[in-house]
Design a protein. Sequence first.
Length: 253
Amino acid sequence: MPLPLGSGQIDGVVLDLDDTAVPFLSPAAWQWAWRPQGPVLGERRVRSAVRRSLKVWDRRRWRGLTGREPPVDLAALDAHLKATLGAVAGHPLPDAEADAVVRRILRPASEVETYPDVAPALVRLAAAGVKVGIATELPAASAQWLLKRAGLPLGSLIVTGEGPHPLPDRAAFRAAAEALGLPPARVAFVGDLFWSDVRAAGRAGLAAILLDRHDAWPKVQSGRIATLDHLEAALAAGGHEAEGPDAPADGDV
């Protein structure tokens, strides 16, 4: 049976891939990609650098979506990953080294980490008859590789960063709903970025849930969860409600 959404219902859920369904820019991932032989990177420092970088990337994606900058593409994603690497390292790396590290981030050779709440959530959604898809801004080959390494179903990948309208474009969110055979209003999107995941999905007509595993968005009051264990409860409460201005600035949520 469908999941309740406030006074409506949800027949499909689309999970963002990177850092929502699968850990992507984790300390372990940067350790393997940049310093596989050591020294050991400080976990707190890496998480802080990644968190700051993701806030910048969220604003950049949103500004591309709202016409303040060119829309993001795979080249912009590459620049973001290299900037994050520089933040993790504390200084820019030579181009050749940065290119090699980013390649390893996008295609890890070892088993990737997993979130313990993802598999149980997929089981619950399947039992409820809810369709599930995975969407990402990553290249298709990288996304398929991550899903395979994490032991998640490859067939759940429905939107990637390739094509004319990658996430967070409105067309990409609507394409995700179409891939599930559902209208946008019957689909919920779950992502880890506030503006370019949650607000962008809402602008495309999807319900939205902010999965804030690391308490990066404490000012968000509705539709915010720390684990997928609370997904159904957040949907029943109505998901995210639009709030605040329609353009982020430094310091906004």
